[in-house]
Design a protein around this ligand. Structure first.
Ligand SMILES: NC(=O)c1ccc[n+]([C@@H]2O[C@H](COP(=O)([O-])OP(=O)(O)OC[C@H]3O[C@@H](n4cnc5c(N)ncnc54)[C@H](O)[C@@H]3O)[C@@H](O)[C@H]2O)c1
Length: 433
């Protein structure tokens, strides 16, 4: 079967690569010519573990192709996945500009039956809207079906998540489209992946509800961490004990400087906007968003509360991406933390294993260092912002010799307080005595 995937970002490329790996003939389309040139040469334009090997293998096997010409790709494919970005507008609602451009372009090129699938996270009702846009722009009558097949992969583990998903959601109103989609995902039946077959609107909402729930778990545990801090209780023990209850589960119960990334912040806001447009109040999600904003500020307040910051100070920031194993800086907590610190006039020395080039777009004037030790040199404080594995077991004695000051802020609770204090640091973490 021939399929095409429009948009070769984190979701589109992983989707294309994994379907090629399943043996399908895949054409990936992007209007960013630079990306397409790199991908044709076997280079992945962003950091996603395992993606480059998979790309090279499937290029060699001629199962994956790249183009910026949507026409030929659409013409040759039975199934068209749309995986372009849906960034937030000023009011938080999802901007469907890229989806609309793609829909119009698709309608100019379809000559036979197609299944048109939204993989992008799109507001409830987008399926119906797409149906109209495409029908209105067709040159001649052609049958097509719209399917919602939201993606749940995590950046940094995208390939593993795509190949071994917790579930596949297919929203469609046509039995033919469902049968084609099931056929595409057939390899996953062999590992008994649960399939949820439903209508388009329900599928669209499943994605927002899932992300909003995960974001809520994070805001919840961050609030409990703040309470622990005041009471002298230990959030890590509280979270572990809570997580052992299977009704709660241990995932997403780690206190930190607030959630970030390309999904939770924008999807929670978009869901609130969908609810507002429909006169429904989502009080829990409103609170989740508010708590998260406060949590980001709290991280800076913690540093400001512990040390008097001035332009004489240098702060070492370890970790810039919104989470480990990605270079994605979208809504990363490091952005608000660095902005907050820069307001105090301090100098920043930063290191991240893969996100420094991306961070330079936000902060061209801070100092980027070659590793954690280089970043620590002459600093008054070390701040762990992203819990990359290489920061979990740093040679703290060596760091201590390099720094000027004694402050150590572990915003991910990855160190044991006593051990860091024994080395001579003034250690601060979140929600631990
Ligand atoms: N990143 C994630 O972890 C993740 C997970 C699940 C769902 N999603 C959703 O998937 C969608 C894509 O996210 P992403 O992170 O992959 O985005 P991205 O920004 O990394 O990639 C989007 C790609 O689409 C391309 N594009 C934009 N307009 C185009 C057009 N008219 N024609 C062809 N290509 C076009 C861009 O050049 C870019 O390469 C979003 O709706 C997002 O919410 C993302």
């Amino acid at each position: 079967m021939h399929i095409c995937v429009i948009g070769t970002g984190y979701v589109g490329l992983v989707t294309g690569l994994c379907f090629a790996e399943f043996g399908l003939n895949v054409t990936c389309v992007d209007n960013d010519e630079k990306k397409i040139t790199l991908l044709k040469k076997g280079t992945v334009p962003f950091y996603e573990p395992g993606a480059e090997e998979m790309l090279q293998r499937n290029l060699k096997g001629e199962r994956i192709h790249f183009t910026s010409n949507m026409g030929d790709a659409v013409d040759a494919s039975l199934v068209i996945f749309i995986a372009v970005g849906t960034p937030p507008r000023g009011d938080g609602s999802a901007d469907l500009k890229h989806i609309k451009d793609v829909a119009k372009e698709i309608s100019r090129h379809i000559k036979s039956y197609k299944v048109i699938v939204t993989k992008s996270t799109v507001p409830v009702g987008t399926g119906e809207w797409l149906q109209k846009i495409i029908s209105n722009n067709l040159k001649e009558h052609v049958d097509f079906d719209i399917v919602s097949n939201p993606e749940f992969l995590r950046e940094g583990a995208g390939i593993e998540d795509f190949i071994r998903p917790n579930r596949i959601v297919i929203g469609a109103s046509s039995a033919q489209a469902v049968a084609i989609m099931k056929d595409l995902y057939r390899p996953l039946y062999l590992i008994e992946t649960p399939f949820v077959i439903t209508d388009v609107k329900t599928a669209e909402l499943i994605k927002y509800a899932s992300n909003a729930f995960l974001a809520t778990k994070i805001s919840f545990i961050n609030e409990i961490a703040n309470l622990c801090e005041t009471l002298g209780a230990n959030i890590q023990v509280v979270a572990r004990a809570m997580g052992l209850d299977r009704r709660i589960g241990s995932k997403f119960l780690h206190a930190g400087p607030g959630y970030g990334g390309s999904c939770f912040p924008k999807d929670t806001l978009a869901l609130l906007q969908i609810a507002k447009e429909n006169n429904v109040k989502l009080g829990v999600i409103e609170a989740t968003v508010k708590t998260n904003d406060l949590q980001k500020k709290k991280a800076v307040d913690k540093i400001k509360g512990a040390m008097k910051l001035s332009k004489e100070n240098t702060i070492c920031i370890l970790g810039l991406s919104f989470k480990p194993n990605t270079n994605d800086m979208r809504d990363a907590p490091s952005l608000s933390i660095i902005r907050g610190l820069l307001k105090e006039g301090v100098n920043i020395r930063a290191f991240d294993p893969v996100a420094m080039d991306d961070a330079k777009k936000f902060f061209p004037h801070i100092t980027y260092c070659k590793d954690a030790f280089d970043a620590a040199k002459g600093s008054d404080a070390v701040v762990i912002v992203t819990e990359w594995n290489q920061f979990r077991n740093l040679d703290l004695k060596r760091i201590k010799k390099l720094v000027k000051g004694k402050f150590f802020f572990d915003l991910r609770n990855i160190y044991e307080a006593d051990k860091v204090r024994d080395i001579g640091f003034r250690y601060y973490s979140l929600g631990r005595p």
